[in-house]
Ligand binder design. Sequence first.
Ligand code: HEM
Length: 153
Amino acid sequence: MIFQSFLLLHLVGLVLFAGTTTADFVSFRQFWKQYALDAITAKPMLQTMIKFPLLMGLGMAAIILSGVGMMAMTHGVFGEQLWFRIKFAIVLLIILNNIIIGRRLVVSLKKKIADNANDAGEISRIKNNLRLFHYAQLVMFFAIILLSVFKFN
Ligand code: HEM
């Protein structure tokens, strides 16, 4: 019963984190479309995404807490298995990619937009890197879910 509750929390966290990442990805695509038409009217769209990092943080906290809870209940037996070690490494990559690449890109984009900087080259670089960042996050998510369900060894 307690194990199932942890698994439930794990999956709720997964839905929150993966769902918000997808919403972030789709919202940025809309933002760039609008930005190409009119940079001034695109600006408030960034404001509508302001709560996404908080939701992602809550989702990841739920995933990690419940994951640690399940590990404790199974006496760390999964920790010995290859699929889990790969999964754990990818979880770390997702967190690092989020903090080091994603956040940094969004902060510099917001700064450029707030300054009304007319730096097309730099903004286009941020746009491409953000797209790659989202692709990487979604692919890593898929890999983790695949590993968690099939538990290849
Ligand atoms: C982005 C991060 C993560 C995602 C997307 C994810 C996804 C999943 C999914 C979909 C399952 C369900 C598998 C099933 O019921 O067949 C699962 C189970 C599990 N996860 Fe995670 N997980 C993540 C991170 C973690 C972390 C950080 C830990 C440990 C600290 C962890 C430990 C576990 C354990 C112990 C199970 C139960 C395995 C079982 O009994 O079948 N997970 N995870």
